[in-house]
Design a protein around this ligand. Structure first.
Ligand SMILES: Nc1ncnc2c1ncn2[C@@H]1O[C@H](COP(=O)(O)OP(=O)(O)OP(=O)(O)O)[C@@H](O)[C@H]1O
Ligand SMILES: [Mg+2]
Length: 347
């Protein structure tokens, strides 16, 4: 018999339900493979019932623990971000992440999904996005086919049956609400500032109550609230009503030490010296009045380009060779040259 405590949060695909703490049927065997390793219970069991991930979301006990778990998913989070993510997972409440381009907003959601071993369902926002791209769409060709088939058989078809689940195409928001698993899905609503204000307002119901309305079907409620991460590059201010429904965290550019660690993690073949030099050069560039100050992503690209070109120590010449990896505007490159590439390289 299993320890009721350990079975209290387990999803068993074969049984199609959660085990609510009760013992397993006699003679069955449960094996759990979790993000943190491998556990086994039920010594007297004979038959394999299920192989499934542990419900890890409820097992993360502190932001510090989350930092360690994120690191295993190759994401180095500072305490502030880890605290925000921890609250988003455990409350649960949607989290709005803002920050300059390339500071790791999108990657934070990806790493979270990876460590929870749950699907990352991504809604990439753009100008003009609407409910049919975000929530659901009716499968018109299939509806038409059904009508034709019914006609050919001399039958009539009820309108209500044409607008049933069978003909519904689920888009990311609905997919996230309907996800069933040991852990909730991570729903990434990426670059929400690119969407129109009307679309922002459309998200309110989903963010506040994890419900959505489909006129033909009524209100659909999540069985398991998804973990929702919204990101914004602040191309425009978001509505206060959206912010009120979310936790908020601003991801700043990382400190020099943190940036070096990230570069080293993402470009493991780079020497520690090169990673440090590039991280320092990027932070020097950011002190200049650049049109597009470089983020973490550019630092990683810069190190990779330097290694490819055999630049083992960053100097003025190496910086000139690789400048296109870090500065993407002609004016910014000229400003860097005026300032002096030797200064940027820290010579
Ligand atoms: N803390 C971090 N730990 C590990 N990798 C990071 C971290 N921050 C950024 N990165 C890396 O930097 C790159 C850019 O990150 P990401 O795409 O998440 O940035 P972003 O903030 O979403 O940028 P944008 O606003 O342009 O979409 C990715 O390759 C990511 O792996
Ligand atoms: Mg992004």
């Amino acid at each position: 018999m299993l320890n009721p405590q350990v079975t209290s949060k387990l999803w068993t695909p074969q049984l199609g339900r959660y085990l609510d703490g009760g013992p397993l049927p006699v003679g069955e065997f449960l094996m759990i493979i979790g993000c943190q390793g491998y556990r086994k219970w039920g010594a007297d069991a004979q038959k394999l019932v299920s192989v499934c991930p542990v419900s890890f979301a409820s097992e993360i006990e502190s932001p510090q623990q989350l930092i360690q778990e994120l690191a295993k998913a190759d994401y180095l989070a500072e305490l502030g971000l880890a605290t925000a993510l921890f609250c988003a997972v455990r409350l649960p409440q949607p989290l709005l992440l803002e920050g300059e381009a390339g500071v790791g907003k999108t990657q934070a959601a990806k790493a979270l999904a990876q460590l929870l071993d749950t699907p990352l369902i991504r809604l990439q926002c753009f100008e003009g996005i609407d409910a049919s791209e975000a929530l659901y769409e009716w499968n018109y060709p299939r509806q038409l086919l059904s009508i034709r088939m019914a006609e050919s058989q001399g039958k009539s078809i009820e309108e209500s049956s044409l607008f049933s689940r069978e003909f519904l195409i689920e888009r990311p928001l609905l997919q996230a609400l309907e996800h069933v698993g040991p852990n909730p899905a991570v729903l990434l609503i990426d670059e929400v500032d690119r969407a129109d204000e009307e679309f922002e307002a459309f998200l309110f119901e989903m963010l506040a109550e994890s419900t959505v309305s489909v006129p033909e079907l009524g209100t659909l409620t999540a069985q398991q609230k998804p973990i929702v991460i919204l990101t914004s590059n602040r191309t425009r201010d978001l509505h206060d009503a959206l912010k009120r429904r979310c936790l908020y965290h601003w991801i700043d550019y990382p400190s020099l030490e943190h940036a070096t660690q990230i570069v080293k993690l993402r470009a493991p073949k780079a020497s520690k010296d090169l990673a440090e030099q590039v991280a320092a050069a990027v932070s020097r560039i950011r002190t200049l009045d650049m049109q597009k100050p470089p983020g973490v992503a550019e630092a990683i690209d810069w190190v990779n380009a330097a290694m490819l070109l055999g630049v083992s120590t960053l100097d003025a010449r190496g910086t000139e060779q690789t400048l296109g990896s870090v500065l993407k505007y002609r004016d910014d490159q000229e400003l860097a040259r005026e300032q002096g590439l030797a200064w940027i390289a820290g010579e």
